[in-house]
Design a protein around this ligand. Structure first.
Ligand code: DHE
Length: 688
């Protein structure tokens, strides 16, 4: 354990060094100039507008700098008192640079930033590499001295001309021009990598808004640096990961300073044009055509292959690999478990029949250009048997959901989610559909509308005239799961650091619970805490913390909808956790932690003593460990190693563990970027 804590401290998310302005993306280290004597250029420095220079350098994208228009960045340290801090720091025993005065320290921080890393970048340790010395090359000696003098004068008082807040809106320059070819390339990269968090229209959600009024003042240098190096608040380091080159990071920086192009809408006629029934329901088998235990099959997302692997949970054999949508995201099972519904980021839904030998796609449809979720109708009760009758596809773009036939995927009804934010009641052009679940209490789906912060309860008894009950919740709704009773759905409002508790029986929001930074539960984990009774838990993207929430208002009302535990983890960047009623453990990953070792580390927490991880280990020496799923008996846990599609031998695999002993049992090798895994039995029964 100890080793992990050290890694956390060394490698946590923050990216800036002491005085970083965000600079060009490629981390090169030019020779370090010494600070020129003030006398050499005293006169010219004094005449320079240092605030304008800091703005030009893009420093405000990462720092709060009083007096510099738009300088309200939170990636690096707040520089409001840097004049005082610099003087103190050179006296500090931990200081490893060579400056003797505050001005020298500031100069050194710009020209040779990695010589000393500031201890605190807004609550996280500052990291080597983001602040590159290339900024210094942007300035003449006189300009550099003017900047240093300006910063040295920042001592917590409002500088002449006012603080950052007092400064009127930044004057933004012209957006950088792109050729048609560059624009198209950037548009595609944005769709593939950025739109999920920032929105197609770039109004922001999990990530901040990237409209030109926000991006132009930051400038190309600063934006490219953030794109290349990431941020402490969950922005991936696309350059460091090798996904984008320095040139592509710069291209994207330019692109996002231009107005976002509005993608096209999609009509029912177009959806019907995409719809294909490959095997008619009448021609499908009436019983399984193989003797395998199909209820223990796993549908495994092979993200970058655009495929789903159907893997036998008893034998670990890949039974079928079927083509699905682009960058396929999740799978859900039909109420009977026989069918798998998969959704690609391109909005393509594929229906896989597990009874066929081998399992195969029997229908497909595209109901949007960008999507993340799909669910079926599961209700069987006094109002009718709706099992497998319908499915619902939740779209990111166009912002709508589509009800399709459960057995053929024929698109039946499209409903726009464009609407008004729950609190300020402002019109939002792009409220995307995040998680979707089917209630067992009534013939309704729970549709979580991200940007408006509303939960819609959609009645599917009359699909052409669906009644929709809109509940005010919180922004920005993302992923979530049921409590053990199936009555409450707990969904993350990730940027609000909250979990919203929906009571599907009473059809109301039962509570909104404050958590740690950026909760990301996947579907969460239900277990019985030795002290607090039934609980549900989530890990977080923004903080190394697993938060435990009481879920039993009847027998443990004093703990219901309260955070009863916060269990520390080795680092932030967790995406998923999982358990099973038969298990002694809660498993948790750290997939998006910037530290390579922590990315590959999973931890287990003992339900009997849930105060800290019982054990943490790396599941592979490459890639990232992501997502867990149990076999149907709840005796084995599968963990994905998410490698790179272009790295032969290291594209990815699944590691299978014995859940009692935590020993590795098997590896299912050579899978192309496996991420989510969905066991048929557990997904049908909502076991997690
Ligand atoms: Fe997911 C669930 C959206 C990135 C793997 N992801 C979800 C859900 C949403 C969502 C709304 C809930 C679906 C539901 O329950 O109906 N995911 C998004 C994004 O918007 C985001 C942040 C950015 C993007 O551009 O897509 C994103 N997701 C990822 C990944 O990068 C992951 C790790 C790998 C991948 O597939 O690309 C990933 N998301 C998953 C998985 C689930 C999921 C495995 C289901 C977890 C479960 O156990 O149910």
């Amino acid at each position: 354990m100890k080793r992990h804590w050290i890694l956390v401290m060394a490698g946590l998310l923050c990216l800036l060094v002491l005085l970083t302005a965000c600079t060009s993306p490629a981390p090169t280290t030019p020779p370090v100039p010494t600070r020129p004597e003030a006398a050499d250029d005293e006169e010219s420095s004094a005449e320079l507008d240092a605030a304008a220079l800091l703005q030009k350098g893009g420093c405000g994208a990462c720092h709060v700098i009083p007096g510099v228009p738009g300088a309200v960045g939170v990636i690096g340290p707040d520089l409001s008192k840097i004049g005082l801090t610099a003087a103190e720091r050179i006296q500090d025993a931990s200081y490893s640079g060579s400056a003797k005065t505050a001005a020298d320290y500031l100069h050194e921080s710009i020209v040779n930033p990695d010589v000393f890393l500031a201890p605190d970048c807004n609550g996280a340790p500052c990291q080597k590499g983001l602040m590159t010395p290339a900024l210094a090359a942007q300035f003449s000696d006189a300009e550099l001295n003017a900047v240093v003098a300006y910063l040295a004068g920042l001592k917590g008082e409002t500088p002449p001309g006012g603080g950052a807040e007092a400064t009127p809106v930044v004057e933004a320059g012209e957006a950088p021009q792109l050729t048609a070819e560059e624009f198209e390339q950037a548009r595609q990269i944005f769709f593939d990598r950025c739109a999920g968090c920032h929105g197609v229209l770039r109004n922001g959600a999990t990530g901040p808004a990237l409209t030109p009024d926000k991006t132009l003042p930051k400038g190309t240098l600063a934006l490219a640096s953030i794109i290349f190096n990431g941020t402490p608040r969950g922005m991936p380091d696309w350059g460091k990961q090798g996904v984008l080159t320095a040139e592509q990071a710069e291209l994207m920086a330019k692109y996002i300073q231009n107005e976002p192009p509005a993608p096209p809408e999609m009509s029912m006629e177009q959806m019907r044009g995409f719809w294909k029934v490959l095997v008619d329901p009448a021609d499908r088998p009436s019983q399984p055509q193989h003797t395998r235990n199909w209820e223990n099959f796993f549908a495994v997302t092979l993200r970058d292959a655009g495929q789903v692997a159907v893997i036998d949970g008893d034998t670990y054999e890949v039974v079928a690999t079927v083509n699905t949508g682009y960058a396929v995201h999740i799978s859900r099972m039909s109420a009977t478990g026989r069918y798998v519904y998969t959704i690609g980021r391109d909005g393509k839904t594929a229906l896989i029949d597990l009874w066929m030998n081998p399992p195969a796609v029997v229908a497909e449809v595209k109901t949007c250009y960008d999507a993340r979720s799909v669910e079926v109708s599961k209700y069987n009760g006094p109002e009718g048997d709706f099992t497998d009758r319908y499915a619902i596809v939740g779209c990111y773009w166009p912002p709508h959901f589509v009800i399709v036939d459960g057995l053929t995927l024929e698109p039946l009804k499209v409903v726009s989610t464009r609407s008004y934010t729950y609190d300020t009641q402002e019109y939002h052009p792009e409220p995307r559909v995040a998680s979707l679940v089917a209630s067992h209490f009534s013939p309704k789906w729970v549709v979580n509308v991200k940007e408006t912060g509303q939960i819609w309860l959609v009645d599917y008894t009359d699909v052409q005239n669906p009644a929709v009950k809109m509940l005010n919740a919180e922004r920005f709704l993302h992923d979530g799961g049921w409590d053990a009773s199936g009555r409450y759905f707990l969904v993350a409002a990730n940027n609000a650091n909250k979990i919203v508790v929906l009571d599907v029986q009473e059809e109301k929001v039962a509570a909104i619970v404050e958590t740690s930074k950026i909760p990301h539960p996947g579907r969460g984990a239900n277990w019985v805490d030795p002290q607090y009774g039934p609980v549900w838990s989530t890990s977080h993207l923004g903080e190394g913390a697993l938060v435990v929430i009481g879920t039993d208002p009847v027998n443990h009302p004093e703990y219901a909808w309260k955070v009863v535990r916060t269990i520390p983890l080795p680092g932030a960047g967790s995406l998923f956790l999982k358990t099973h009623p038969n298990s002694d453990w809660i498993w948790v990953d750290h997939t998006l932690n910037p530290d390579e070792e922590i990315q590959r580390t999973v931890c287990v927490i003992a339900k009997a003593n849930p105060v800290e991880p019982y054990q943490c280990w790396q599941v592979a020496d490459y890639g990232r460990a992501v997502h867990f799923e149990y076999n149907m008996q709840g005796t084995q846990v599968w963990v994905s190693v998410w490698g790179r599609a272009d790295d032969p031998g290291r594209t990815g695999e699944i590691v299978v563990y014995d859940d009692k002993t935590l020993e590795e049992i098997a590896r299912i090798p050579n899978l192309v970027t496996p991420t989510g895994k969905f066991n048929v039995y557990n997904t049908v029964k909502d076991i997690y």
